[in-house]
Write a protein that binds this ligand. Structure first.
Ligand SMILES: [Fe+2]
Ligand SMILES: [Fe+2]
Length: 203
């Protein structure tokens, strides 16, 4: 498992780093960033629950994702507490262009294995990109408290993206997982390229 993790980490390479202007824009819109972040955590929780429901016969998946549900909901509560501390409102959920663009790339019909693979790789990718964005925030925000705040999220999401790849490799041929992951990385880079750099969103 150790070896698999190390090996897995090597292939987790986002193709396009975040535009360095993003963190400066985000620093100026902390209310929107916190609101958007809160919904990202909420969606992560819901997605893990839905994977457990869909693949209830996969024991490892159920066992590994159950604590992640608790963790992601804990993240939501941490962000909500930060909003409340600042006397800010949660606000409304916005249209998630990034995630919607990724969902477009998912295999919809065809074999069940291919569909499961894409669902797991979508999660891995969102975790990886979120982790990269949290890293930017933890390094680039002005406020030392907020740097620390985002560092904790960064560390936690780093563990999640490897988990989703490992789950895929548990049930599906490793070569197939890697081939598809490369396609996902390339696709994600094109999505990032076409999206505006906006400081009011995590992605
Ligand atoms: Fe999270
Ligand atoms: Fe996560």
């Amino acid at each position: 498992m150790e070896e698999l993790s190390r090996d897995t980490r090597n292939i987790l390479r986002l193709q396009l780093p975040t535009d360095p202007r993003w963190v400066n824009l985000a620093d100026k819109s902390m209310e929107e960033i916190l609101t958007d972040h809160a919904y990202c955590e909420q969606k992560a929780t819901a997605s893990c629950i839905s994977l457990i429901q869909r693949y209830s016969s996969r024991e490892k998946l159920v066992a590994e994702l159950s604590p992640v549900v608790t963790e992601e909901w804990g993240h939501f509560r941490m962000v909500l507490a930060e909003l409340q501390k600042r006397k800010l409102k949660l606000g409304r959920q916005r249209k998630d262009e990034y995630v919607n663009a990724l969902l477009d790339f998912q295999q919809k019909g065809g074999d069940a294995e291919g569909r499961m693979l894409d669902q797991l790789l979508t999660m891995a990718l969102i975790e990886a990109r979120s982790c990269e964005r949290f890293k930017r925030l933890s390094e680039g925000l002005e406020d030392a408290y907020m740097q620390k705040f985002y560092r904790r999220f960064m560390e936690s999401e780093a563990g999640h993206y490897t988990l989703f790849i490992e789950l895929a490799e548990t049930y599906i041929d490793r070569e197939k997982v890697r081939r598809r992951w490369k396609e996902w990385l390339e696709y994600e880079a094109t999505v990032m390229q076409t999206m505006d750099v906006r400081g009011d969103r995590i992605h």
